[in-house]
Design a protein around this ligand. Structure first.
Ligand SMILES: NC(=O)c1ccc[n+]([C@@H]2O[C@H](COP(=O)([O-])OP(=O)(O)OC[C@H]3O[C@@H](n4cnc5c(N)ncnc54)[C@H](OP(=O)(O)O)[C@@H]3O)[C@@H](O)[C@H]2O)c1
Length: 238
């Protein structure tokens, strides 16, 4: 099992770096995806044994293609890279902000997943983890006592991008189920990272979220697929 290989996008800092560190500690060779070569090199060096930097901007099709040819075999893909440009509600969100956010959080995931599918298909136990957000849950956003209202839990562009990511998670999971894939979405919880000031102020430990991602990344063959899981392993309603 020690020749397993993983790629984590946006792994130079935040939750992604913790995921890369934990997967390396499990004995996997981990490609530390980063759009900046120096930040990626530094992160891989800090993680140490098993970590290799991989230049990967998820919005750059040529760069994705160059990265994909460097990875022959892949067991785990963690689509972690994400942006959250503002906390604006839909009434104050320019179309341009949606485009920019979807470019990374949705189209970036699609482009990377498609590019690395051939390498994943060479794995006997391919796993894909899409790092989503609890704020994307339409159930948690509606009902008599919504957990997230338009003014809370990140902006409309971000939340709707992660809802689209959830939909894609289901479609990929169903399409690839016959090929042994497990494709799941993760709600990491509010974590103290650079992503947004609210998360930083809340102070949740990003390493805790990373453990949830690793659980999904190393699911056994009888594990679930097409699910939306919280960092603690419980199901999140869509
Ligand atoms: N923190 C939370 O409370 C929270 C809650 C729910 C979901 N999430 C999700 O968790 C994931 C990780 O976020 P985080 O909190 O760890 O935030 P973070 O510390 O800001 O990390 C985001 C990572 O994504 C990378 N990234 C952004 N755009 C990229 C691109 N075009 N190509 C490649 N990498 C790119 C960043 O690289 P640079 O350093 O180059 O910018 C960084 O490495 C995201 O998908 C986020 O939506 C976070």
């Amino acid at each position: 099992m020690n020749d397993r290989t993983a790629l984590v996008t946006g792994a130079n800092k935040g939750i992604g770096k913790h995921i890369a560190r934990l997967l390396a500690a499990e004995g996997l060779t981990v490609y530390v995806g980063a759009r900046d070569p120096e930040r990626g090199r530094r992160a891989a060096e800090e993680i140490g044994a098993g970590a290799r930097p991989l230049l990967l901007d998820v919005t750059d099709p040529d760069g994705i293609a160059r990265a994909a040819v460097q990875v022959e075999h892949l067991d785990v893909l963690v689509n972690n890279a994400g942006i959250s440009p503002s906390l604006a509600p839909p009434t104050d969100t320019p179309v341009e902000e949606y485009r920019r956010t979807y470019e990374t959080n949705v189209f970036g995931v699609v482009a990377v997943t498609q590019a690395f599918l051939p390498a994943l298909r060479r794995s006997p136990h391919p796993r894909v983890v899409n790092v989503s957000s609890g704020t994307a849950s339409l159930t948690w956003s509606t009902g008599p006592n919504p957990q997230f209202t338009p003014g809370s839990g990140n902006g409309a562009a971000y939340r709707s991008s992660k809802a689209a990511l959830n939909a894609l998670t289901v479609l990929y999971a169903q399409t690839l189920a016959g090929d042994g894939f497990k494709v799941n979405a993760l709600a990491p919880g509010l974590r103290a990272t650079d992503l947004n000031p609210r998360a930083a102020a809340a102070g949740g430990d990003p390493a805790e979220a990373a453990r949830g991602a690793v659980r999904l990344a190393l699911l056994p063959d009888d594990g679930p697929t097409g699910g939306f899981f919280s960092w603690d392993g419980t199901l999140v309603p869509w």
